[in-house]
Ligand binder design. Structure first.
Ligand code: UD1
Length: 351
């Protein structure tokens, strides 16, 4: 069997690594890895391949940045040629980025079976490009691998037959468990002893300058009491200069490699974020997480884990942060099957 994996953006890499590893060496199976090039900077892509010990991609489609339509369309055109030439028996797509839906759509028209890793997550917010990507990818996938029970329930409600759905656990946590000890020994960037860690990149937070201004004003206020360490995503970097805020109060960093970022999460008093994956990683690590979004497609991190969703309510942000830094935070539990073996379960099913 020839399995072709498609990755494109930073959060795909830590999800694909355990599946590639789980399938590797199985009798009668060969694998091809295609990078769409949606993320192309060294610090958004190459360094992750090195640290996660991912094989070099067999092909890089080098699509680069563009509008939603242009990027998605460009991936489809270039990926269609790859599928026609390489003739995989199965294509595996990851997460909810534009590369995910573009590759799935190409395969569905060419009648190539598609497996979706991290299926079933829903924010129920169709203003998010990722929600559209999730909904469409799941409808046209043949195998749906979910990280938690809520994913199964969402899929069944959308009419997907149960036989296609497999609750396998969280592949991103596989990677975290594998590399946590290595991260403990890596030297993260020089930061103060006590700090909160911030990441922001959602279009709803950073493309809307008024929203971004409000968030940064609140963070600047927080920065007077506790150090704010802020690795800046390229999308956010483009906007920061357009605000009338003195950024010197923050410890601004370039986007960090996987191990360095994991080390910083592990030692943070709290994490403030709008990322999906970081809500999961902090839940596993037991670190307080405050999510600056109106909703989450990962409700288990709130129900069982250490996450709270505060939307754009900056008073709630400050209240929760005070609680976190003074040690008054819910304890949280690690969700079922977030145990480091999701990649192996997927490989068993694929076999
Ligand atoms: C994408 C995903 C998002 C994911 C995020 C992780 C979609 C719709 N969104 O958002 O779900 O959480 O990746 O990072 O797929 N840029 C660079 N260098 C790069 C990549 C991007 O400078 O290596 C800049 C580009 O100028 C681009 C901007 O960042 O305009 C945004 O990149 P893009 O891939 O469009 O989406 P993300 O915001 O990264």
């Amino acid at each position: 069997m020839h399995i072709l994996h498609v990755v494109g953006a930073r959060p795909n890499f830590m999800k694909a690594a355990p599946v590639l590893c789980g399938v590797h060496g199985r009798n009668g199976t060969r694998q091809t890895l295609v990078h769409t090039g949606q993320h192309y900077d060294n610090n958004m892509s190459d360094v992750f391949f090195e640290q996660l010990q991912l094989p070099r991609p067999d092909l890089n489609l080098a699509v680069g940045s563009g509008s939603q339509a242009r990027q998605t369309a460009e991936i489809m055109v270039r990926f269609e040629a790859v599928v026609l030439e390489r003739k995989p028996d199965l294509v595996v797509v990851y997460g909810d980025v534009n590369s995910t839906v573009a590759a799935a759509l190409v395969c569905s028209k060419l009648m190539i079976p598609v497996a979706h890793v991290e299926a079933g997550l829903r924010s129920f917010d169709r203003a998010m490009p990722e929600e559209i990507n999730r909904l469409l990818t799941d409808q046209i996938s043949d195998l749906l691998f979910t990280p938690s029970q809520d994913g199964d329930e969402n899929l069944v409600r959308e009419g997907i037959v149960k036989q296609k759905i497999h609750l396998v656990g969280n592949v991103m946590i596989d990677t975290l468990i594998r590399l946590l000890e290595k991260a403990e020994h890596c030297a993260p960037p020089h930061v103060p002893e006590r700090y909160v860690l911030v990441t922001l990149h959602r279009p709803s937070n950073v493309d809307d300058l008024e929203a971004l201004q409000l968030i940064l004003e609140a963070l600047a206020e927080i920065g007077r009491d506790v150090a704010v360490v802020f690795p800046v995503h390229p999308r956010t970097r483009q906007r920061l200069g357009q605000l009338g805020i003195d950024l010197r109060i923050f410890h601004l960093l370039e986007p960090l490699p996987y191990l360095e970022f994991l080390a910083l999460q592990r030692r943070a008093s709290a994490v403030i974020t709008d990322s999906g994956g970081i809500q999961e990683e902090t839940t596993y690590l037991g670190i307080p997480c405050i999510t600056l979004r109106e909703n989450t497609e990962r409700p288990i991190t709130v129900a069982l884990g250490t996450n709270v969703v505060v939307g754009r309510d900056m008073t709630r942000l400050r209240d929760h942060l005070n609680r976190a830094v003074s040690g008054q935070w819910k304890r949280g539990r690690v969700p079922p099957l977030w145990d480091g073996h999701a990649g192996r379960r997927i490989a068993n099913i694929l076999s």
